[in-house]
Design a protein around this ligand. Structure first.
Ligand code: CUA
Length: 191
């Protein structure tokens, strides 16, 4: 019987076969390529958040979000405020178990500074159907420079497991094309 205490029988101590050396060389070279990709991706990947980042007390951030909602609220949907901030302004989004507040109504092709933070645990901001992902942690205010480049209704999902209601953590962003919004309301005769 063979036990783990005895050295294995076989030919494993013989010099390494050439093909194995070649394979080892390829694997090592590939490791170095991937290693180089890390700093390269940082500079050339275009995946880094553009904007500011600073520490914030969760309560202070929540107070700022409430101020923001109060100032620019235009309606409500399922109990969530719909907020239409002035073009180009600082906008706020609060993540908590298990919701995204408020619903943002934005203009296409206008740059906003999106402040995003969590009130409790780590959440994952995921914008669907567009593949935008951002990790949201409590205690930090991320001011992301964002420019919506398509009009429509977008869902925010949470892609960081955050508890029993994780799969229910949905939010919404509405992006309107300024020109089309005006023409639609003219057609329907709305004021
Ligand atoms: Cu929030 Cu998962």
């Amino acid at each position: 019987m063979h036990t783990g205490l005895e050295s294995p029988r076989g030919v494993w101590w013989k010099p390494v076969h050439r093909s194995e050396k070649v394979w080892f060389g390829i694997a090592f070279a590939w490791c170095m390529v991937l290693f180089a990709m890390m700093p390269l991706w940082h500079w050339k990947g275009g995946q880094n958040p553009a904007g500011i980042r600073r520490k914030v007390e969760p309560a202070a951030f929540q107070a700022r979000v409430n101020e923001f909602i109060e100032a620019y609220k235009i309606g409500e949907e399922n109990g969530f405020p719909i907020v239409e901030p002035p073009p180009g302004s600082d906008i706020y989004l609060l993540a908590r178990m298990w919701s995204w507040t408020p619903i943002l109504k934005l203009r296409k092709d206008v740059e906003y500074t999106l402040h995003i933070s969590s009130q409790d645990v780590g959440h994952g901001f995921g914008l669907y159907p567009i593949n935008v992902n951002f990790q949201v942690v409590p205690g930090y205010d991320y001011g992301l420079r964002v420019t919506p480049n398509a009009a429509g209704d977008f869902r925010i999902i949470c892609n960081e497991f955050c508890g029993i209601g994780h799969h229910l953590m949905l939010g919404k962003v509405i992006v309107v094309d300024d020109a089309s919004a005006t023409s639609t309301s003219t057609m329907k005769g709305e004021s």
